[in-house]
Design a protein around this ligand. Structure first.
Ligand code: KIV
Ligand code: ZN
Length: 546
């Protein structure tokens, strides 16, 4: 006989209310088709329930919920669809209608709510708040209506965490709801003010008490206890996890990227990853979700693009969550891709990446140069890094790879022109350029005569000196009016099947063209002398830990 203790596994259901509570937050509303697109992603990530909206709010909301219900009805393993309704018969009927395609398979959930906090009841129900008998009767009647129509029912005592003196009334409500056929009791921290330091008043303690009472009253019923936390004090994750690890909750309601009323709801991606990371840490009891975490980045991007912008440093799905810049961190990651990450970012569809910034180091600089297929010897990487930092000393926010490589090429610059002058004799112009060529001081002299342009003459000279290439295009413009306006020249040369574009700027249009040609040659010579085959990007793509 094995003396190993059995681990009990609890499936924690994920109830995604991004389309309902999420769209209640100012500025997060989406078009009909975007709602449908979101529902497809929610199905891909495999949330257990998608709350698709509030059908009684408008015809359009009704149409959205109805289309999602029809779409999911075609799929065998789609999430269940919930839709919110106040405790009013007309609304319940509209909600049942919108969810009708799911009635046969019992995958539609009418989500009814009724405030229980004394102040909230008075403010939102008026005199009805004082008629508790009528409220209980309506709860019973409307839940029965939904159940008879083939719906599951979730009942939320709104502002459960603020129930205060209404514990017994809330007990009666929950009891009535279960007796009428509700299968899920959702306990919201509606204003995000719950904290375990409240002691006996803490809503998870009340959830434990209510769960015990209902177990006794309904021993044969399998009730799902659900938690719905807002994040006004930044406690939504802690409160949701408390309800799971120390309370009866087996369902968490929230939104991806934590959007929702005011400071939002608990972020579902945080719940999923929290349970992935710590769900096995209790002896004898494990917790986990059925969600496919590898799609988190995708759904998070969708919410960021179509609903509300996401902070770069947002946990799990944020752009910076797996991006590094500082020297010490990048140095270590280049040796071991998993260092400085709490979990492998590929688990949520992210990739480790780097941004070169003022605090980055020479190893990082060398890795970018190698990634782009250019040479950076160990002995020169410090000097190159310093040059690039000085070159972009005002860019404290970091450089794109393109900007970084442009600075690298400016460092290499095989031909550095320090002065250009010319003398005219008859129909000839004698040009003299002082330059360093691959580090050696050199005078570049060329003559331009008759109808030749100075650019053609320099091109001939450089072609003989460094090997020929073809001028593909030449453009010159002045971006401002007036004689003293600087001229901007762009010249593209072609050689060995590649194009190299050079730019030059000077008050004299001819000099601007000469500088652009030298710049194009510099690009060409840098490619010829400092390039090797690009390396595969092994240092940024992180494989799964084994
Ligand atoms: O926060 C809340 O109380 C709600 C309910 C409607 C569940 O969103
Ligand atoms: Zn809410």
């Amino acid at each position: 006989m094995s003396n190993q203790k059995q681990t009990n596994k609890k499936h924690i259901k994920i109830f995604d209310t991004t389309l309902r509570d999420g769209q209640q937050c100012p500025g997060a509303g989406m078009s009909h088709s975007e709602n449908i697109e979101y529902a497809q992603l929610a199905s891909l990530i495999k949330v257990d329930v998608l709350e698709a909206g509030f059908p009684a709010a408008s015809e359009q909301d009704h149409a959205i919920v109805s289309q999602i219900a029809r779409m999911y009805a075609q799929q065998n393993r789609s999430p269940k669809v919930a839709a919110l309704s106040q405790l009013r018969e007309a609304q319940v009927v509209q909600t049942i209608e919108a969810l009708a395609p799911l009635a046969k398979t019992k995958r539609g959930i009418v989500h009814l709510y009724m405030p229980v906090a004394p102040e909230l009841m008075a403010a939102s129900l008026g005199s009805y708040a004082n008629d508790k008998e009528r409220i209980l009767h309506d709860v019973e009647r409307l839940i029965q209506l939904a159940v008879t129509a083939g719906m599951d029912v979730e009942f939320s005592p709104e502002a459960y965490s603020q129930m205060g003196t209404h514990f017994d009334f809330t007990t009666d409500l929950i009891s009535t709801a279960i007796a009428a056929g509700a299968n899920t009791i959702n306990c919201p921290d509606t204003i995000g003010r719950a904290c375990y330091l409240q002691g006996d008043d803490y809503f998870v303690n009340h959830m434990n008490q209510h769960a015990a009472i209902m177990r006794e009253r309904f021993p044969d019923r399998d009730i799902t206890w659900s938690v719905h936390c807002h994040n006004d004090f930044g406690l939504a994750l802690q409160n949701s996890m408390h309800a799971v690890f120390h309370g009866p909750a087996t369902q968490i309601e929230g939104c991806f990227n934590g959007i929702g009323e005011r400071a939002g709801n608990v972020a579902l991606e945080q719940c999923i990853m929290y349970l992935n990371a710590f769900g096995h840490s209790q002896p004898g009891q494990a917790y986990g979700t059925g969600c496919r975490a590898k799609h988190i980045r995708r759904i998070s991007d969708f919410v960021a693009q179509h609903m509300l912008p996401r902070q770069p440093h947002w946990p799990i799905g944020g752009d910076n969550a797996a991006k590094h810049s500082s020297g010490g961190h990048t140095n270590a990651i280049l040796k071991d891709a998993h260092i400085y990450q709490p979990f492998n970012p590929s688990e949520v569809g992210q990739q480790v990446s780097f941004l070169f910034g003022p605090l980055s180091g020479s190893n990082h600089a060398q890795s970018i140069i190698h990634k782009h297929g250019y040479v950076c010897e160990d002995h020169e990487r410090q000097a190159i890094m310093q040059f690039i930092k000085d070159h972009h000393k005002d860019r404290r926010k970091g450089l794109t790879d393109e900007e970084f490589m442009a600075a690298y090429k400016a460092y290499r610059q095989p031909i550095k022109v320090t002065q250009i002058g010319f003398e005219r004799t008859g129909n000839k112009k004698h040009f003299a350029m002082q330059a360093t060529v691959f580090g050696q001081a050199e005078d570049i002299n060329f003559i331009c005569q008759d109808s030749d342009t100075a650019t053609t003459a320099l091109h001939e000279y450089l072609g003989q000196r460094f090997g020929s290439c073809e001028i593909q295009s030449y453009r010159s413009e002045s971006k401002m009016p007036g004689r003293d306006a600087p001229a901007h020249a762009t010249i593209t040369v072609a050689a060995e099947g590649e194009y190299h574009q050079g730019k030059g700027q000077d008050h004299d249009i001819e000099t601007a063209a000469l500088l652009a040609l030298v710049d194009a040659y510099n690009q060409l010579l840098t490619a010829r002398h400092y390039r090797h085959q690009p390396e595969p990007e092994t240092h940024v793509a992180v494989g799964l830990r084994d």
